[in-house]
Design a protein around this ligand. Sequence first.
Ligand SMILES: NC(=O)c1ccc[n+]([C@@H]2O[C@H](COP(=O)([O-])OP(=O)(O)OC[C@H]3O[C@@H](n4cnc5c(N)ncnc54)[C@H](O)[C@@H]3O)[C@@H](O)[C@H]2O)c1
Ligand SMILES: O=C(O)C[C@H](O)C(=O)O
Length: 308
Amino acid sequence: MKVTVVGAGAVGASCAEYIAIKNFASEVVLLDIKEGFAEGKAMDLMQTASLNGFDTKITGTTGDYSKTAGSDIAVITSGIPRKPGMTREELIGINAGIVKEVSSNIVKHSPDVILIVVSNPMDTMTYLASKVTGLPKHRIIGMGGALDSARFKYRLAEALEAPISDVDGMVIGGHSDKGMVPLTRLATRNSVPASEFISEERLMQVMEDTKVGGATLTKLLGTSAWYAPGAAVSGLVQAIACDQKKIFPCSVVLDGEYGLSDLCIGVPVVLGRNGIEKIVEINLDAVEKAKLAESAEGVKATNALLDA
Ligand SMILES: NC(=O)c1ccc[n+]([C@@H]2O[C@H](COP(=O)([O-])OP(=O)(O)OC[C@H]3O[C@@H](n4cnc5c(N)ncnc54)[C@H](O)[C@@H]3O)[C@@H](O)[C@H]2O)c1
Ligand SMILES: O=C(O)C[C@H](O)C(=O)O
C-alpha cells in the first residue's frame, strides 16, 4: 500500500506520522515544493521508526511527482492555513491554484488513486479536485467531518463528564464555522441519548463549541491545528487501506442524495478498499434537513468563487 501526502507542513507531517505509527502502509511519500523540506521531514520521521516500532518506509521529495507514481491513496494538504480572525473561505484565492496543480499532477502519475483533500476551504477544494481530475466520485473524498466529529465527541465528553470512549456523535454539512451540523439529537453516551444527561442549553453550547473548534485552536496557536487533523486523515486512509467498511462523515460529490447535487459536502459514507463504497442516507428531522440545506447554500456560494 503506497500513500502519497502532498504538503509536508504541519498537517501533512502529522498525517504521515500517524499513518506510519499505525503500521499498515508499506510506503509513504511526502512531497513539498519547499526545497529539502519533505526530505527532511521524512528523515526525521524515519528516525522515529525504531522508537515507535513501525516498518512503513517514509521518503520525501521536492516536487518530483514521478516518486509518487502508483500511489493507491494520495492526500492533499498543500496550501496556506488560516490565521486568527480569518475564515477558511478566505484561503480560496491561493489554495485553489495549488489544489488544481497538485491534483492533476497526482492523477497523471497515479491514475487509479483514491484522493483525499484536506486543504481549505475543503468542500470547495474537493469539488475543484473532482472537476480538475475527472475521477469517479467514489475516489474523491474531502476530510473534515471526521475531525469535526472528533471535536464534537471531545466537547460531549466534557459536558457529560464521561470518558470519550463512552460517547458517540457525528457532524455533517460543510466544514466551515457556520456550516457544520453537529447531530445533537443522535449523540449518545453508551447508547443513551446525550439529552438524557444534560440540558438542552448545555447541548446547544456543545454544538456551538464544536462548530468553532478550528477557529478556537487557530486563535490559541496562531495557525490552524494539526494533531487531530492528521489523526483524522490517518483514520480515513486506514479505513480504505485495510478495507474496514467504517462509517465516517466525508465531503463527497452528491448526485441527488439528501436532495443535493453538484457540490461536495459532508455526509456519512462507508469507506473501504474502493474508496466511498456507500453514501449512507440517514433520516434527518426537519430542523436538521433545513440546516444541511443552508450549509449546502454556503458551500455553493464558495464554489461560485472558483469561477469569479
Ligand atoms: N480539512 C481539514 O479538516 C483541515 C485541517 C487542518 C488544516 N487544513 C488545511 O490544510 C492546509 C495545510 O495546513 P498546514 O497547517 O499543514 O499548513 P503548512 O503551511 O504547515 O503546510 C502547508 C505545506 O504546503 C506546501 N505547499 C504549498 N504549495 C505547494 C505545492 N504547490 N505543492 C506542494 N506543496 C506545497 C508548503 O510548502 C507547506 O509546507 C491548509 O489549507 C489548512 O487550512 C484542513
Ligand atoms: O480551522 C482551520 O482553519 C483548519 C481546519 O479546517 C480545522 O478545522 O482545524
